[in-house]
Design a protein around this ligand. Structure first.
Ligand SMILES: Cc1ncc(COP(=O)(O)O)c(C=O)c1O
Length: 498
């Protein structure tokens, strides 16, 4: 057997304590079926407080808007609605998310509407007094038309910018650096047309600031975009407009794998496996984007950087402390000097450590190779737990039904397959090492799935059951639970409203 290559999850004390309560988690799946999603609403409030602490450290004002798209459940949104209205809002990217946020207790003035929007979404956002984060000049015209036609009040708007350019090389000579390309937002080079449109429609919209969201982990790229937005807002002020907030989007990231060494060992071993100098680590030798070209590894691994030394609030702190490329002043100082509010839209990082997904082991059998590996079929499919779709590689935690016979146990390499009658339905294409071979009836717990993994891609193919979602809370020395739809932040779980 190959030496096990683990990618063990990073779990904070609350999630770790939940994972040790095997009888509780088994009883939940016995009652509610597999797969099952478990949320910890208190964890999302703790994360919001950590982001707020970074604001305080840099003496910045503004709001943390939860990017709702990361998780569709109600418990996390309701828990955040109970936070300080001046500090925490919600970013909605569809009409249904907007309706949901309103129903969870967010008032319109705490809501940011992002993404491309149809007329119904624009109308409801305008009607309830949400801030509209405009994707384009066309959207601005459509919104203004709706405001006039339906006699709505002036709508607060931000303009989303993209295509930030900057000069690289000495004294600005040399190549131009273009930031990550995006389908969304208005390229900075077209900002003039946008400004004219804002001025033309000043009766219908109140321009309150600029926005960007860059889908990258690169902190320098974000600092560059931030500074260019500040310069853009200076230009706006020079034209008599009065922007006062900068929205820097989300993308602060999460560390999924606890140990850097495990991540480094696994990624090195992937390259070796692609070159054929060690046995495959993946189903049918899948390379996650890497390939062997004449003895050299080519391509880029399409993987999320699963071990991250800095993520979430720490990443925001780093970004705000980083000198802006043109002025050399820390990003936070730029914001402070201009008296701009800072808005952020964290999704994945705000729900870090806020949940897990459980699956029952249905069947275990040898793989169709003589490797000694096994195939473990789960009561879930790749849509129910979609880490793989996002390139996130991290081990599940084995929760045996019965106390494992210790002593004789040894690590096993397994492939995790789903409950669909489909060759491609693998929970992950990675060979996963578990401390022992699972048995039918055991549970696998995928930790930290609240961001994009537990319900983003869930579907009803083959009429397989979609996961139920429960909220859990630690009370004394035990865990209490309720269905997601029954969670309200005023009711201690298992108690009466307080
Ligand atoms: C406009 C916008 N804001 C915020 C986010 C949330 O990003 P993350 O979950 O990486 O924090 C996204 C993600 O797609 C987005 O498009």
């Amino acid at each position: 057997m190959d030496a096990p290559l683990y990618l063990r999850p990073r779990v904070d004390p609350q999630l770790a304590s939940l994972l040790t309560d095997r009888p509780f988690l088994h009883s939940l799946v016995d009652a509610l079926g597999s797969p099952l999603n478990v949320l910890l609403p208190e964890a999302v409030a703790r994360n919001a407080a950590r982001f707020r602490a970074v604001y305080r450290r840099h003496r910045l004002s503004g709001r943390v808007y939860f990017a709702h798209k990361a998780n569709r459940a109600g418990a996390l949104v309701r828990r955040l609605a109970a936070e300080d209205p001046a500090a925490v809002g919600v970013d909605v990217a569809s009409l249904e998310e907007l309706r949901h946020a309103l129903g969870c207790g967010f008032t319109g003035d705490r809501i940011m509407a992002t993404g491309p929007k149809d007329a119904e979404f624009l109308w409801l956002a305008a009607r309830v007094g949400a801030t509209v984060n405009l994707d384009s000049a066309g959207e601005l015209e459509r919104l203004s038309g709706l405001v006039r036609t339906h006699g709505l009040g002036r709508v607060a708007v931000l303009v989303r910018l993209s295509g930030f350019e900057s000069a690289a090389g000495h004294g600005g000579a040399g190549t131009r650096l273009l930031s990550r390309r995006s389908r969304f937002g208005t390229p900075v080079r077209d900002a003039e047309a946008l400004l004219s449109a804002l001025e033309r429609n000043a009766d219908a919209v109140e321009f309150t600031g600029a926005a960007y969201h860059l889908d990258t982990t690169g902190v320098e790229e974000k600092a560059r975009a931030l500074e260019q937005c500040v310069l853009f807002m200076d230009e706006c002020r020079a034209r008599g407009l009065a922007p006062r907030a900068l929205d820097i989007g989300g993308g602060f990231g999460v560390g999924y794998v606890a140990e850097a060494g495990e991540w480094e060992r696994w990624t090195t071993a992937l390259s070796e496996a692609v070159l054929g100098v060690r046995p495959p680590l993946t189903w049918r030798g899948h390379g996650y984007g890497l390939r062997n070209e004449g003895g050299t590894v080519r391509g880029a691994a399409a993987l999320y950087p699963a071990h991250r030394p800095t993520a979430g609030p720490g990443y925001l702190d780093e970004l705000l402390s980083l000198p802006a490329p043109a002025s050399g002043r820390p990003s936070a100082t730029l914001l402070l000097e201009h008296l701009h509010d800072l808005y952020i839209e964290p999704g994945r990082s705000l729900v870090d450590q806020c949940g897990l997904s459980l699956a029952r082991v249905l069947d275990v059998r040898p793989a169709d190779t003589d490797s000694g590996h096994h195939v473990v079929r789960l009561g879930m499919n790749a849509g129910d737990m979609s880490f793989e779709e996002h390139g996130v590689l991290v081990d599940p935690v084995l929760l045996p039904r019965d106390e494992a016979a210790t002593g004789e146990e040894e690590p096993f390499g397994v492939y995790l397959t789903g409950n669909l009658c489909l060759e491609g339905d693998l929970i992950t294409r990675r060979l996963v090492f578990l401390p022992r071979l699972p048995r039918a009836g055991d549970l696998l717990a995928f930790a930290n799935t609240a961001g994009y993994a537990m319900d983003f891609h869930a579907h009803h193919a083959q009429r397989q059951p979609a996961a139920r979602t429960v909220a859990v809370e630690r009370r004394g020395d035990s865990w209490r639970w309720c269905l997601d739809e029954d969670y309200w932040p005023i009711t201690p779980l298992g108690g009466t409203p307080g």
